[in-house]
Design a protein around this ligand. Structure first.
Ligand SMILES: Cc1ncc(C[n+]2csc(CCOP(=O)(O)OP(=O)(O)O)c2C)c(N)n1
Length: 297
């Protein structure tokens, strides 16, 4: 699987599940190759977010890659900005910029910085990277749409480690208080932040400190859970979010950090690490059955 799809057409593409799965595998390959080429970057979080990003950019967002500043476009904010290479890979495949540009990821003067920058890369709706800050501007965009009588929807992707940040809950409170139903948060619930969750038995999350759905509901949000690696499940959650009126929705997407590569899955050591040549070959082989990594360099 070496062909890259590029679809610069405006609006949702209405792709079938098999095509979406193929795009997900392609996007994961771009993530791995880009981090390998850069010799730096995050892997675990981008791989856990890939299917959701593919689904949003190909089948949900009302966007026009040829006109990234279109006033009525849906907004998307990657609040867990360290997963930028996942977003860039999908944006390139969707036609925002040439796929070949992914090779510049994280280089000085590249448009594709380690964290998304709205001033340099057309199509980025908000600069992110300092965790906890993406839901607030997303709320502002949703409130602006309401005030201006616009129909666009705002989507914000959060990380489960990220939602330890207090600012998330300030925005969450205000969104619930003002019934902001044109705002959807998607929690990439892979259960692992940068170093896992220390407890006396090792790195496992203590359930009593967790329960994100209960927290969002306590602030007046609607919540829906889905399998964040199953395109049918993602589609159902998105439909449930958009049909809910009078309150914002948080989609709790159950995911696996490092999804798609067996030796990366569920291992926080792959949070931010560049693969060796052998690791890249093994990873691509798993994803695509194609270990010709010469093309990556
Ligand atoms: C304010 C802030 N503190 C610390 C960091 C460093 N950092 C980058 S990613 C990360 C862990 C994020 O975990 P999670 O939100 O679960 O992301 P994922 O597992 O999806 O990669 C940390 C602590 C940061 N970017 N911003």
């Amino acid at each position: 699987m070496t062909t890259t799809l590029s679809m610069p057409a405006p609006g949702p593409q209405g792709l079938d599940i098999a095509t979406l799965e193929r795009l997900s595998a392609q996007a994961r390959r771009h993530v791995l190759e880009s981090v390998f080429t850069a010799g730096a970057g995050h892997i675990g979080g981008p791989l856990s977010a890939t299917d959701i990003l593919v689904h949003l950019y190909f089948n949900e967002l009302n966007i026009d890659p040829a006109n990234p500043r279109w006033e009525d476009r849906d907004r998307f904010i990657l609040s867990k900005g360290h997963s930028s290479i996942g977003l860039y890979s999908v944006m390139a495949m969707r036609g925002y910029f040439p796929v070949s540009q992914l090779a510049t990821f994280d280089a000085v003067d590249s448009l594709l910085q380690g964290h998304p920058c709205m001033k340099t890369l057309p199509g980025i709706d908000m600069s992110t990277g300092s965790l906890g800050q993406g839901l607030s501007p997303g709320l502002g965009m949703a409130l602006a749409a309401r005030k201006l009588d616009k129909t666009f929807h705002t989507w914000v992707m959060l990380g489960d480690g990220e939602i330890q940040e207090g600012q998330i809950w300030e925005a969450c409170f205000v969104a619930g208080r003002y019934d902001v139903d044109n705002l959807t948060a998607i929690l990439d619930y892979n259960g692992l932040p940068q170093f896992g969750w220390p407890d006396p038995n090792g790195y496992t999350r203590e359930e009593k400190y967790d329960r994100p759905a209960e927290k969002f509901r306590a602030f007046g949000w609607h919540t829906v859970e889905c399998d964040g690696h199953d395109h049918a499940s993602i589609a159902a959650a998105i439909a449930a979010a958009k049909s809910t009126k009078g309150r914002p929705t948080c989609i709790i997407a159950h995911t696996i950090k490092g999804k798609g590569v067996s030796f990366m899955e569920g291992d926080f050591n792959w949070h931010a690490k560049s693969p060796t040549t052998d690791e890249l070959a093994a990873a691509i082989d798993e994803l695509t059955g194609d270990d010709d990594v010469e093309k990556a360099a």
